[in-house]
Every structure is written in C-alpha cells, then in structure tokens.
Design a protein around this ligand. Sequence first.
Ligand SMILES: N[C@@H](CCC(=O)N[C@@H](CS)C(=O)NCC(=O)O)C(=O)O
Length: 205
Amino acid sequence: MKIYETKTAPNPRRVRMFLEEKGLLDKVEFIQIDLAKGENLTPEFAARNPMKKVPVLELDDGTCISETMAICRYFEELHPETTPLLGEGPLGKAKTEQWLRWIEYFFFLPTGMCFQHTSGYFKDRMNPIKEWGEECGKNVEKFFHFLNKHLEGREYICGETFSAADINAFTTVDFNKVINIRIKPEQTHLQAWYDRIKARPSSKV
Ligand SMILES: N[C@@H](CCC(=O)N[C@@H](CS)C(=O)NCC(=O)O)C(=O)O
C-alpha cells in the first residue's frame, strides 16, 4: 500500500498519527508530493484523486481512496484487532463522529481558509480574499475558546478515551501556528490537553 502525501501538510499528518496510534505506520509506503510545485495538479495525480489533494491511499490493486477520514475509516475496519479510534458501540461511534464533524467544519476548515486566504500560499491556483481569511481566523479563535471550556475536567475530547477527534483537533491546533493563532495563557484546560497529546509518540510522526 502507498500513501501519496506531503510531510508538512496537516491532512496527511492526521493519517500518519492515526496509523502510528494503531501500530500500522510501517504497513504503508509514503510518497512525497510537493504541493508548492503543483505536483498534485498533474494529470497523473488527478487520475488518483480528481480533487487533486493529498493524502491519497493506493491499494496494491491500484484502487485509490481519497479523503483523510475515509482513509482512516478503511484502516479502522481493516484492522479490528488494533485500538479503535473512531468510537465503539452505537453511542461511542456517533459521539466520535459528531466531534469529528464539529472539528472539521468549525475548526479545521476555517483554519485552512485563514491560511490560504491570508498567506496567498496557493495564489497560483485560487483567488485569495484576505478579508474572508481574517473572518475565518476569528472563528478559529472562538473554537479554541470552546475547546478550552469543553476540556475542563476531561482527559480527551470524547471523554476518557483517546480518539481520532484528539488527533484532528491536535493537528489543527498545531497548524494554527502558521497563521499565528496559539493557545492563550488563560486557556489552561486546552493547554493541558495539548501537552498530553504532544507527549504521545504519534505526535512526532
Ligand atoms: N477533504 C480533504 C482535504 C485534503 C486537502 O485539502 N489537502 C491539502 C493538503 S493538507 C492539499 O492537498 N492541498 C493542495 C491544493 O489545494 O492544491 C481531506 O480530508 O483529505
């Protein structure tokens, strides 16, 4: 199996952390795609993912799976003997999914929009609108505040068990450094949770 990815990009990092937590990282060969050079925009890459984004998982028979959470779901189902990261039982799975979607819509996406629209990083392929980026940044700040309150008295985002919700929120908090949004000194619950996740070996992959 191969994963086409970019080491510095946040979506592929979510997949690497997920695989490391399951002890599956060495099952996959990683192939680096240079996004700045537009290696994801070639017809060859588009044949693997018509959305032209990383990560993409390519199975040995050539089948390609795009979308970070679809790739994570594939490994969760393929290896039921590994630590579950997408919840257990009807309620656990539903609550984890709820958090994954909140984090994706209200945290990860505005973070990405703030980065792309204020930095102009992809201005060769999109039309950055600075005001939109700044507005998204304000929503990201609100989510930091929301997470801080939520994490008071909780070890992990879904409660007592580490899950993909922690991976996705952690990698998003980290990526926010590039747009200069950081945990504030008074956000002590968020900081304590961040330090707990950072201490896990998977945060280094
Ligand atoms: N919804 C996709 C988003 C993937 C995505 O936006 N990947 C970024 C890197 S983190 C990318 O490939 N950007 C290249 C571009 O926009 O040209 C997922 O969850 O995997």
